[in-house]
Design a binder for this molecule. Structure first.
Ligand code: ATP
Ligand code: MN
Length: 464
């Protein structure tokens, strides 16, 4: 089926030529025997205008040209007298490929985000979701291109894993066992010997541990794949299935790591501004009037680099001056998103890389500082979002890492392969995890993470 995509049709200037376009009717209006169709095929936020005279088409066809219908139009490309478009198509032949009656759920403009989630299988056909999904695609391209240009290898880590050392308790299990008839031992524990993997297995919460195996062999790697967390947190920033980008680099210290985090995010934001202009302008108009300004702002400023201890001082000062927070913020507390956003949006008014967290609130693999109580974490906090990146220098010293593992009472039985990296040829290394959907939230100005992934998975929601 030969056709010109709308994005290309709008660039053509060979007026008088024949052209074929296919797409879905966004709207149709008409007067005095002439009709105008706004046709969109997903290649751009822009529609191509089709003009036709009622008398040239049979009545049944004209009746079937309704919002949502799918058309094939053959006509002549002409210069458009209308403002805001260079060309339009004078229809010679219209074929209704797929009619669309008035039960179509996207007929009305201005449907709520909540409503659109109930028709997630159809919402990609709206202007806003078209824009978001094109931007999402472009961000994936930006990420691969960035790492390609910087000599990182794309390393594939497993999605099914037997090591549950990281997220303790928030993993989805993978099993082929008959859940209605589980065999248990005398202590009441499930016997996994006869399960598919012969042991308890889960969906991964992060590819980091395996990523470290890659980095300590190939030098610089990144992963980009789905991640699963059964955290029952109904927030606008958490999904049960999300995509994560996890670069891991040998011979990186904390400064190198922060430089990479900042450079990488800025590269992605710049890519959006350079490659998604039409979609961003649409979102800037319809969703968030300060979006483009905010994206440009991030590029202009150096991110603040703020040790956790100093961050707590700033927060306590704010509390002393009467600022109210829902959650406490004493030294040792994990910062809530309200604290992160206060620092980023109100205090510094720019992105913050927070460093050197108390070891009690961070993972076992982070490098311990000389002070013995803080770890070399480097989380990036963003306006509107809060934490967008979680990163750290990894503890490369076998003895120190084992101390931390023992202090936490962790079992090492399933971690031996990981510890081998520290046993043989251990090297300083660091890495981070960027939540892809959090990046998309920032770049689109959307408020809810359910609206920046085609089919969101959240507690009690697994439709489509
Ligand atoms: P948070 O405190 O926001 O739950 P986290 O500390 O659990 O984040 P990490 O384990 O460091 O996050 O994961 C790395 C990155 O993955 C985070 O910075 C965030 O961008 C993203 N992320 C984490 N959990 C989720 C989730 N449930 N849904 C979407 N993105 C997530
Ligand atoms: Mn979390």
């Amino acid at each position: 089926m030969k056709r010109t995509k709308v994005i290309d049709a709008l660039k053509r200037t060979d007026f008088g030529s024949e052209i074929t376009v296919m797409g879905w009717v966004r709207s149709k209006r008409g007067s005095k025997g002439i009709f105008f169709i706004a046709l969109n095929d997903g290649s751009t936020i822009k529609n191509v205008q089709i003009v036709g005279e009622d008398q040239n088409f049979d009545e049944e066809t004209v009746k079937q040209i309704t919002t949502g219908a799918c058309l094939r139009v053959v006509g002549t490309l002409v210069e458009s007298p209308a403002a805001g478009q260079a060309s339009e198509i004078q229809a010679g032949e219209i074929e209704v490929l797929g009619p669309c009656d008035n039960t179509y759920p996207l007929q009305k403009k201005g449907a709520s985000w909540e409503y659109l989630r109930t028709v997630a299988h159809m919402r990609p056909r709206t202007n806003t979701f078209g824009a978001i999904l094109r931007i999402r695609h472009n961000m994936a391209m930006a990420i691969h291109t960035y790492f390609y240009e910087h000599g990182f290898y794309y390393f594939h880590t497993p999605l099914i894993t037997a090591s549950d050392c990281e997220g303790a308790g928030n993993m989805f299990q993978v099993t082929t066992k008959n859940l209605y008839d589980l065999r248990k031992d005398e202590e009441g524990k499930i016997i996994y010997d006869d399960d598919f993997f012969g042991q308890q297995a889960s969906l991964t919460v992060s590819g980091q541990l395996e990523g470290e195996l890659g980095a300590t062999a190939l030098g610089q790697i990144y992963t980009f794949g789905p991640t699963f967390r059964a955290e029952n947190s109904n927030t606008p920033r958490h999904l049960a299935e999300f995509w994560m980008i996890e670069p891991e680099m040998a011979f990186y210290d904390k400064e190198d790591l922060m430089d990479l985090e900042e450079d990488f995010i800025k590269y992605c934001v710049r890519w959006a501004l350079d490659n998604c202009r039409d979609d961003l302008e649409f979102l800037n108009k319809m969703v968030d009037k300060t979006l483009i300004e905010r994206l440009e702002g991030v590029l202009q400023e150096a991110f603040v680099r703020l040790p956790y201890t100093q961050g707590i001082e700033i927060l306590k000062e704010a509390v002393a001056k009467g600022r109210k927070f829902e959650f406490p913020c004493e030294w040792g507390d994990d910062l809530a998103s309200e604290h992160e956003r206060y620092l980023v949006e109100e205090y510094f008014k720019k992105p913050v890389i927070m460093t050197d967290y108390p070891k009690e609130i961070k993972a076992f693999y982070m490098k311990l500082n000389e002070d013995g109580r803080t770890m070399q974490g480097t989380d990036v906090l963003f306006p509107q979002i809060g934490e967008i990146i979680g990163g750290s220098v990894r503890e490369e010293n076998y003895g120190k890492l084992m101390n931390e593992i023992n202090r936490r009472g962790m079992e090492t039985e399933k971690l031996e392969w990981y510890l081998d990296t520290r046993r043989w040829g251990s090297c300083p290394h660091a890495g981070f995890g960027l939540g892809f959907e959090r990046l998309i939230l920032f770049v689109t100005g959307m408020q809810n993470i359910r609206d920046v992934i085609p089919f969101p998975r959240t507690p009690k929601n697994c439709e489509f």
